[in-house]
Design a protein. Sequence first.
Length: 388
Amino acid sequence: MTMKNILLFSTGLSPQVVTESIYYHTQIRKPSLRIDAIHIITDAKCEPLVINELLPDNNGWLLKLANDYQINPSEVKLPLENIHILKDSSGKPLRDLLTVKENQAAVKIVFKLIRDLTTDDQTRLIASVAGGRKTMSVIVGQAMQFYAREQDLLTHVIVEDCIIGVKDFFYPTPISKKVKIKGKIVDYHDVKIYLDEIPFIRLRPILGNFLMESTETSLISLVKSAQEQIEDMLKPIKISINQKAKQLSITGELVNLPAKNLAIYILLLKLRMTKYKSDNNEPGYILTEKLIQEDSLFEYLKIYESMYKSGNTYVENERAKISNYKDRQMFFTLKWLQETRSKINSVLKKSLPPHIFTICQIHSAGVRHSTCYGIPIHPGNINITNQG
């Protein structure tokens, strides 16, 4: 499925940043960018300017740009609902950002909008910080730090100095158009447009679901909560297992693994604890071929057996399959091992914060036909009790 591109602009008295950016994305960028949606954040004072200057329905500059450069009109569509007006806590439209309360209200609106625009994994958000007050640029940049994904971009469109502040320049014209500006003749056709992609730190891969599920409404509260999450990440990750009770806890989070899957997970943890070494692989990693051999499978069975009372039917069935050569060759295959690993990692991913899952999942290492499995956690942070 093709990624959909969403452009987001904060604009003030210079809505030109919208057309200049679209011109860059469609005419200069290689390869050119297909635009699937445009969103604009502005205040009540600048809303009429955005509508009158840009809207295609008013024969605005977006439609002129599309006609001049044969851009599909659907790419420059700007529905009124995509023009987001900043409002105060009571819902009254803001005409500017002059007070602390007005800025706090703007933070709430911008953060929510950017969070909403980054929920679909099949979209890419390209946010511009070229227009509007500097405060708005900072707020948009902060929101992108919190919610942007790997594919999302933060940009700043730049025009030549001679054009800055010129009210009727919206993009380089397809044919020569010479204008006198401050005593000098400038040809709009020759004006250069540049667009910088601004590097920034993305917190979303680190903070994960916390950000998307957070109910914090103020930037101060959100930053404080995020900081606490980051500090938690710096604490050592500890795995505790009550083997007989089939209970797995990772840094305080209970993870419900089926008994057979838990037994395989424990087996790999024990290899880490004993610093098991296989050929030139990292300690604690075992070749997949060795993991499905008889010796390893009986170690797995021993762990599995400790979770039940003597004579348990499930255990005896598993023992029979491992003890019988043909059954062992039939059931305990590389495919079985790969599927078991996938199931374990799937449960861990759903149960744990991303930074913890990254460490505690079953990792693979080595090259094809010589793959190893292991869990790269410090042996001192593994505690297994009631082993039977």
